[in-house]
Design a protein around this ligand. Structure first.
Ligand SMILES: *Cc1c(COP(=O)(O)O)cnc(C)c1O
Length: 229
């Protein structure tokens, strides 16, 4: 399938989810997650009207960034090792995986200006998932004031892979409630207006629950390369 056709379907679904929830479609940003696909397929996404690209590994991030550059806004969505921060810091627009103080310290040290970050929360409590435990999210964000180059724009989570819609909904709702709680503090370093949640399997529910960034790979650019010859 062409990215353009996939995007049309996704936009329709977003439209419906926004209608269900009384939200505005313009408040939902689509990040095309290009980790499984080629540079050309990522360019196809840009041509189809996507402006945000997401990668979860440093190598893929750097390769795509080098080829595409300023035509896209660059989202780093995978877990980030502190020693790799210096490799991506100049090229990244948003980091979705801030989940520990040592990483914040390194970002602060390497950045030359404030960096937009999302704090990744482990809402489901699965031990395999990265992220700050949900009970520690608010105090973790408070601590981020020690690092002036960190700007906490929002929260991110990955829901478990399941078709239990009510469970997924409860995960997304919890992230939204945490976001609202952070906002009540009016911390200058943490406006925390955004919610990065929802992937191919669950983005409609995430949008109904308030997602402002959804991260879509398989359903948008495909998990595998298309044969185009
Ligand atoms: C791979 C990935 C996605 C996209 O997954 P799909 O199910 O292919 O849409 C979203 N977020 C993160 C953090 C990922 O690693």
């Amino acid at each position: 399938m062409k990215v353009e056709e996939n995007l049309q379907t996704i936009r329709k679904n977003i439209q419906q989810a926004c209608k269900n929830a009384g939200r505005r479609e313009n408040d939902v940003n689509i990040i095309a997650v290009t980790k499984y696909v080629s540079i050309n397929r990522a360019k196809e996404a840009i041509d189809a009207g996507i402006s945000c690209l997401g990668e979860n590994r440093m190598e893929g991030f750097l390769a795509k960034h080098e080829a595409i550059g300023k035509e896209a806004e660059w989202h780093f969505i995978g877990s980030l090792q502190s020693r790799k921060v210096k490799e991506v810091i100049e090229d990244v627009d948003v980091i979705h995986s801030l989940d520990r103080r040592s990483l914040a310290k390194e970002i602060h040290k390497r950045a030359t200006k404030p960096v937009s970050c999302f704090v990744q929360a482990n809402v489901s409590g699965e031990s395999s998932k990265h992220g700050v435990a949900k009970d520690e999210v608010v105090s973790f964000i408070e601590q981020m004031k020690d690092y002036p180059n960190i700007r906490v724009e929002g929260l991110m989570t990955m829901a478990p892979y399941t078709n239990d819609h009510e469970y997924l909904r409860s995960i997304f709702r919890t992230l939204r409630q945490l976001r609202d709680e952070v906002q009540q503090h009016h911390w200058a370093h943490a406006p925390c207006q955004e919610l990065s949640m929802g992937m191919s399997n669950d983005y409609q529910i995430a949008v109904e629950e308030g997602a402002t960034y959804i991260r879509i790979g398989s359903e948008l650019v495909g998990p595998y390369e298309e044969q185009t010859s």
